[in-house]
Design a protein around this ligand. Structure first.
Ligand code: CA
Length: 427
């Protein structure tokens, strides 16, 4: 087997969109680490949070290993939490982070992925687009519980409610993966401004059509704007290529060039993967998966600290509107349920005995929750008129959908209770 050097070619693009006044997305594409961060909260808070995350990661990721990446994300989280605490104007800020980076592991080079929030990493391979990350959003939780379909989730008005983000708490739960390095794979990191505007098929069509990563990123952003551009849109594309496949004259790549700054890059860069810190080995161009796992099915690995981490329940201000939104949704669901129960409880009549009287009640025998049955009519029939069999029948609470139905039954009682006329006394 011939060994070939593997390089990463990449490009990114971002746009404020057609509705928002500022761009709260930020991205990083340095060759060492690729990040998309989607900030939220406050006046400038979202911008500050996403830029802070990206800056901290750029600073921290020098020797990329999965543990340093996880630590970098935690450091970024801590800076955002501290910054928000020290500046009232920034209270409530937070950000997603979706990160891809080449790392050296015991079993060779890998592409590490770390994710918090609802920005996404997709892998496009063999014309198949697959989402690698899992969204940390309310709608995604509902989909997993089988309470929403993916189509319903995609159109759900509350799809922007996050269950995890940086800036919420010092305690942060991270998802991470280590993917095999396979030439031909194309990775797409993006904010929700992309996948809320374009379908998977539309995204795939661009990835198939445009080989240059920067051009493809630009085109995806352009199409998202054309589709509405209701949110900030950010796309970073990273291609894994065998060095042999690079166009002639392109071998030098971006490895010697300046490291691009976040959020301004629209050019294409490439960098030999073994040129990176921690990368000393060349990677076979094919079947470069030493553990033999199906690379199309990356196994999500809980964070190394998963045992001690707990799900977030943020009380910080930035999530207030989201929490309020969530609680509001719960209240609406509860009210709708109560109304439905109330309607059910009251849409019924039954017959019973109260004291000496046979009465018609509205409601359900025994009541439903706190919807007690109420006496609707006291009939002219009294217990003394009834035979023991009829009394037992009435005490069984025959039920009717309407008051008239119950009245008709009571009338039959009166007839059935009347003593048979004695032919000998009437002449
Ligand atoms: Ca967004």
């Amino acid at each position: 087997m011939t060994e070939a050097t593997v390089r990463l070619r990449y490009g990114g693009a971002t746009d404020v969109g057609r509705v928002r006044s500022n761009n709260q997305d930020a991205y990083l594409a340095t060759g060492r680490v690729f990040v998309v961060a989607d900030g939220m909260g406050g006046h400038q808070g979202g911008e500050v949070a996403s830029r802070l995350a990206v800056a901290k990661l750029e600073e921290h990721v020098v020797e990329a290993t999965t543990p340093t990446l996880l630590e970098g994300v935690r450091l970024a989280n801590r800076s955002i939490v501290e910054e928000a605490e020290s500046d009232l104007d920034l209270r409530g800020m937070g950000t997603t982070v979706c990160l891809l980076a080449p790392v050296d592991t015991e079993i060779g080079p890998r592409l590490a992925v770390v994710n918090v929030g609802d920005s996404r990493l997709y892998r496009y391979a063999g014309e198949d687009l697959r989402q690698i990350t899992e969204d940390h959003s309310l709608v995604e939780s509902l989909v997993r519980e089988g309470r929403l379909t993916t189509d319903e989730a995609a159109a759900h008005p509350q799809r922007n409610i996050l269950t995890r983000a940086l800036g919420v708490s010092e305690d942060l739960e991270l998802d991470w993966w280590e993917l095999p390095v396979r030439p031909g794979d194309r990775f797409v990191l993006c904010s929700d401004g992309l996948f809320n505007e374009l379908t998977d098929d539309q995204i795939s069509a661009v990835l198939r059509r445009l080989a240059d990563p920067a051009e493809a990123a630009d085109e995806l952003v352009r199409l998202a704007l054309e589709a509405g551009g209701r949110d900030n849109v950010t796309v970073v594309i990273v291609d894994v290529v065998a060095a042999d496949d690079l166009p002639p004259g392109d071998e030098e790549g971006g490895g010697d060039g300046p490291i691009p700054r976040p959020s301004v890059v629209r050019a294409s860069y490439d960098r030999p993967i073994d040129d990176l810190a921690g990368f000393s080995t060349a990677v076979p161009p094919d079947d470069g998966d030493p553990v033999g796992a199906d690379p199309a099915e990356p196994v999500p690995v809980e964070a190394a600290e998963a045992a001690e981490s707990t799900p977030r329940s943020s009380r910080r201000p930035w999530t207030r509107w989201r929490v309020v939104g969530y609680l509001g949704l719960l209240v609406v669901v509860a009210v709708v349920a109560l109304v439905a129960i109330g309607v059910y409880a009251r849409s019924n009549y039954f017959v019973d005995v109260r004291g000496d009287d046979v009465v018609i009640l509205q409601g359900r025998p025994g009541g439903v929750l706190w919807f007690d049955a109420t006496i609707e009519e006291v009939s002219e029939v009294v217990v003394a008129d009834l035979t023991p069999a009829l009394l037992e029948e009435v005490q069984g609470n025959p039920e009717y959908a309407s008051l008239d139905g119950a009245r008709a039954y009571v009338e039959t009682l009166a007839e059935r209770a009347e003593p048979t006329p004695d032919p000998t006394t009437n002449g």
